[in-house]
Design a protein around this ligand. Structure first.
Ligand SMILES: [Zn+2]
Length: 299
């Protein structure tokens, strides 16, 4: 684990002092907002339901979680009743302390990893992402877990919309969920899809990840909200598939693309992505090892 702190992902102490101030909300469907992380923060999603708000991914510490809670209340005029955590990394989980009155929902393996590997999450956020106060985060575990797919009914009437929490297996981490709103055809991908950012891939299984993306594309979403970067359409999923395919080719060719090839051109583009310098090697390692051995999870 490196102690190098990526400038593009760095959450500054000022940004996280009293209030995070690192989110912009954008309505992507009626009553549904992409809450876009700025200054190093990851994206979240806010959905209004009949009696409460649903928040997907809770931010990297208490200040970020409190900001998300305030944003959700302001947008929906409801208290937050559900928080879904898409994977067990601290930048999604450590803000859960701000939502103690809500149901905190995650795949059962996420809860298990947070029980077994909490200290690794803290170390990752402290040393790698440079989030201040990571070691002071209170351990707040998901209190509603599921194994395959969970339907949240966003109201009590028969016509109430639903949010589907879908487990896609091992992909970016050992346990990833996506949140699908079938009514509005909005998909929040967590870090299964990133836009203009290189993922941290120490726990990733690239073949399974690719299969997960095929599954997500089959949902035919109208709006795709990635874990980082800007919302878009299904092309966001397609671009992530190209990135994973390119990693497989690069791993086979010792990171040397054919001169003048499209791959060489795309690689130049990846160098401009957030986190390239810090995380690209973890992606290549994941491509080289193929299916990751069990028990190697890192935050
Ligand atoms: Zn992640």
């Amino acid at each position: 684990m490196t102690s190098h702190r990526p400038a593009g992902l760095l959450l500054t102490a000022a940004a996280l002092a009293a209030a995070c101030g690192c989110y912009d909300a954008r309505e992507v469907a009626p009553g549904t907002w992409a809450v876009l992380g700025r200054r190093g923060a990851a994206n979240s999603l806010v959905v209004r339901s009949e009696f409460g708000a649903l928040v997907v991914d809770a931010g990297a510490n208490l200040a970020a979680g409190e900001d998300l809670e305030a944003i959700a209340q302001k947008l929906t005029r409801k208290p937050v009743s559900y928080v879904v955590v898409t994977h067990p990394y601290g930048d999604r989980v450590f803000g859960c302390e701000a939502f103690l009155a809500a149901q905190i929902v995650a795949h059962e393996n996420v809860r298990r990893e947070l029980v077994d590997r909490w200290d690794e999450q803290v170390e990752f956020l402290d040393k790698t992402l440079g989030v201040p106060g990571a070691e002071r985060v209170r351990r707040v575990l998901p209190n509603l877990t599921y194994s395959d797919r969970l339907t949240l009914h966003l109201g009590v009437k028969p016509e109430a919309p639903t949010a589907e929490v879908i487990h896609v297996g091992r992909a970016h981490t050992r346990s990833d969920s996506a949140v699908w709103l079938p009514g509005a055809r909005v998909l929040f991908t967590g870090d299964l899809v990133l836009d203009g950012a290189v993922p941290y891939a120490r726990d990733a299984d690239l073949a399974a990840w690719r299969a997960a993306l095929v599954r997500l594309a089959r949902l035919e979403p109208k709006v795709v909200v990635p874990g980082r970067g800007e919302p878009g359409g299904p092309e966001r999923i397609a671009a992530m598939r190209v990135f994973l395919d390119d990693l497989a080719v690069l791993a086979k060719t010792d990171n040397t693309p054919e001169r003048g090839s499209d791959l060489e051109q795309r690689l130049r583009g990846y160098r401009r992505w957030t986190g390239y310098r810090e995380f690209f090697e973890t992606c290549l390692e994941a491509a080289r090892r193929g299916t990751a051995p069990p028990g190697t999870a890192r935050p």
